[in-house]
Design a protein. Structure first.
Length: 318
């Protein structure tokens, strides 16, 4: 198999996992450069921090490029000078214009964390959990000018467990995507890859998560809120408010208990959890975080805040 010259473009840890897979297969793939988002302020000091992809690239002495845009002709010429056979794009965060898509000999290949055409867009992992999907997966596609609309080269499926959070599902898909990408690139190099157009039916858009979506509306069914809590963990973390304090909810489960109380009413507070009335059924919160505090079990929180979390109080709704 011809050793492919690859330019890799990606930014977050999900992308870094795929870069690591390519580097581990260096007998077949030559990663000649890495593109990633410019360093962003992060942490308490708001100092510029490199992306996960940049950190990994520097550890392997790879050239790193961080253009603000790939629409700039100078940036396009810089990329063309690298003479890539293929550009692998994983959660990069910049739009690739037609001029860039045409540069690599074998085109640009994208790894997307859903079974396309379902959940095109920015937040496919979170939206799949929120919607209650039974499965998701990874799609390797040949990129075109549309938003995740290119023909599919390969897919790999993954069941969504009832306790999966966005974090745990992210990790499953990252591990699934690496081998799928390697196999797809091998097929491209051998000339055996078969690209299939995406089905027209079933397409939907996974919009970026807005922080205000994480505010729980207790008038919703408990099952809906439970999925949102898992979908928004580890970020932005679902929350509610009580007596002016924001309480972040990290883990909960649907409870068969329920009453005629108003949605948001705390029905029971015990070491096993805080049970809150919802529009349908109730939700038992088992792990939560008070302002300025750490994530604790319900039992630990009640040890110091039983007066605040007393049955009968009502959490604010969205």
């Amino acid at each position: 198999m011809t050793r492919l010259r690859i330019v890799f473009a990606g930014t977050p840890p999900f992308a870094a996992t795929h870069l690591a897979a390519l580097l581990a297969a260096s007998d077949h793939f030559d990663v000649v450069a890495v593109y990633t988002q410019p360093d962003r302020p992060a942490g308490r000091g708001k100092q510029p921090q490199p992306s996960a992809v940049k950190t990994l690239a520097l550890e392997h002495d790879l050239p790193v490029y961080q253009p603000l845009s790939l629409r700039d002709p100078a940036a396009q010429q810089e990329l063309a000078a690298l003479a890539p056979d293929v550009m692998v794009v994983v959660a990069y965060g910049l739009i690739l214009p037609a001029a860039v898509l045409a540069i690599p000999r074998l085109g640009c290949v994208n790894v997307h964390a859903s079974l396309l055409p379902r959940w095109r867009g920015a937040a496919p992992i979170q939206r799949a959990i929120e919607a209650g999907d039974a499965e998701t997966g990874v799609t390797i596609m040949q990129m075109d000018e549309g938003l995740d609309t290119g023909p599919m080269l390969a897919t790999a499926r993954c069941a969504i467990a009832g306790d999966d959070t966005a974090a745990s599902l992210h990790n499953k898909l990252a591990e699934l995507g690496g081998p799928t990408l390697i196999a797809t690139l091998a097929a491209l190099a051998a000339g055996t890859a078969q690209a299939e157009p995406q089905p027209e039916a079933g397409a939907c858009y996974a919009s970026k998560i807005d922080k205000q979506e994480a505010r729980l509306d207790w008038a919703q069914p408990a099952s809906v809120l439970e999925r949102r809590i898992r979908a928004f963990n580890p970020a932005p973390i679902a929350f509610t408010e009580l007596e002016g304090s924001r309480i972040r909810i990290h883990r909960a489960h649907v409870s068969p208990a329920g009453s005629a109380a108003a949605p948001g009413t705390l029905l029971d507070a015990s070491p096993d959890g805080l049970t809150v009335q919802c529009g349908e059924q109730a939700l038992t919160i088992t792990d939560l975080q008070l302002p300025g505090g750490k994530v604790l079990s319900a039992a630990a929180v009640l040890n110091g805040h039983a007066a605040l979390l007393r049955p009968g109080v009502v959490f604010a709704s969205a």
